[in-house]
Design a protein around this ligand. Structure first.
Ligand code: NAX
Length: 330
């Protein structure tokens, strides 16, 4: 059998918490499949390069059959050179008491530099997933640098929110997470995000027919999903890491293969104006992916007045974020 050409996969913030889980999943074949070799191109700040070299040693010690090479670097162009897929994980964490706006001003420039480098040296159809927060707006900043790469190749992660929502519904209904379908997260990856249960199904039946506790759906379900990041931080003393890495695996894997008939995925993608959401804003929608690896926003989803208002609130927040970094969008 002829072996496939290795895919070059870049991961930033590779020496951090999420990197420590994500890199091993990529090398094990969980993202690009069991017959797809990969080369890992890992980026870290110079100060964390020694730690990253330790992680690289561990990766090598796994003797992954699909791993055809590794590189640990602080140079953007080395990390993104010919990359087919990029995970932008590294960014400055929010400090205690720091305003969201200040975090955005701190992190914005990182995504300008990385966006420029990706556009200059990555493969022409490189797929970019932004995980580092505020991920929607960071993706918008990186995308604004795209002169050669298609803008639609820049996305941000809301899959963790989708997975969290599915898990809560499955527990409540006594079902398996695989029984939950069409659970789409809309809006920003922030507490304003809206996990729309009204269009989701459990075992093919409407969620509201299976879970008749409307107060729970409107109350504890929404707040648990929206506040999950904080709950984990409070309990663990550290932010979500393994679950975030698994969600990044899910997002990229499902972008590289067609979505099974009837299913949806949540991805934050540049809006094309669907559902009245301003064009270009990186907003989470239900999407499907075709055989060519192109995502498409699901059309014709029926949204009741409450759902529309919730999505609008999250979209308003995204517009505010965009306005805060206006000068970084070229
Ligand atoms: P860590 O602080 O453990 O790791 C981040 C790493 O990025 C550090 O090693 C740091 O040296 C590196 N870094 C910082 N600036 C860099 C730059 N300019 N170039 C390369 N590397 C750089 O954070 P971790 O827990 O791994 O989280 C990473 C990011 O994911 C954070 O921004 C976090 O807020 C975000 N998250 C996003 C989630 C989502 O659903 N979209 C959920 C999980 C997570 O909170």
């Amino acid at each position: 059998m002829v072996q496939k050409k290795p895919l070059r996969v870049a991961v930033t913030g590779a020496g951090g918490q999420i990197g420590y889980s994500l890199l091993f999943s990529i090398a094990a074949g969980e993202v690009f499949g069991p017959d797809q070799p990969v080369i890992l191109q890992m980026l870290e700040l110079p100060i964390a390069l020694d730690a990253l070299r330790g992680v690289e040693m561990e990766i090598l010690d796994c003797a992954f059959p699909l791993l055809h090479g590794t590189k640990a670097t602080s140079e953007l162009d080395e990390a993104f050179g010919d990359a087919d897929a990029v995970f932008l994980v590294g960014s400055k964490p929010r400090q205690k008491g720091q305003e969201r706006a200040d975090l955005m001003r701190d992190n914005g420039p990182i995504f300008i530099g990385q966006g420029k480098s990706i556009d200059a040296v990555a493969a022409p159809d490189c797929k970019v997933l932004v995980v580092g927060n505020p991920c929607n707006t960071n993706a918008l900043i990186a995308m604004s640098q795209a002169k050669r790469l298609p803008r639609r190749n820049f996305t941000a992660m809301t899959r963790l929110d989708e997975n969290r929502a599915k898990a809560q519904l499955a527990i409540k209904a006594g079902a398996k997470t695989t029984d939950i379908q069409r659970l789409a997260v809309w809006g920003n990856h922030s507490p304003t995000m809206y996990p729309d249960y009204t269009n989701a199904t459990i075992g093919g039946r409407k969620v509201t027919d299976v879970i008749t506790d409307a107060a729970w759906l409107e109350g504890a379900f929404l707040t648990t999903v929206q506040q999950r990041g904080k709950a984990i931080l409070d309990a663990r003393g550290k932010s979500s890491a393994a679950s975030a890495a698994f969600a990044a695996v899910d997002h990229m894997r499902d972008w590289f293969r067609p979505t099974p008939q009837g299913e949806w995925r949540s991805m934050a993608v540049p809006s094309d104006g669907s559902y009245g959401i301003p064009e270009g804003l990186i907003c989470s929608f239900p999407v499907t992916v075709d055989a060519e690896g192109q995502w498409k926003i699901v059309q014709g989803v029926e949204l009741d007045a409450k759902s529309k208002a919730r999505i609008q609130k999250s979209v308003d927040e995204l517009v505010e974020e965009r306005d805060m970094v206006k000068d970084l969008l070229t």
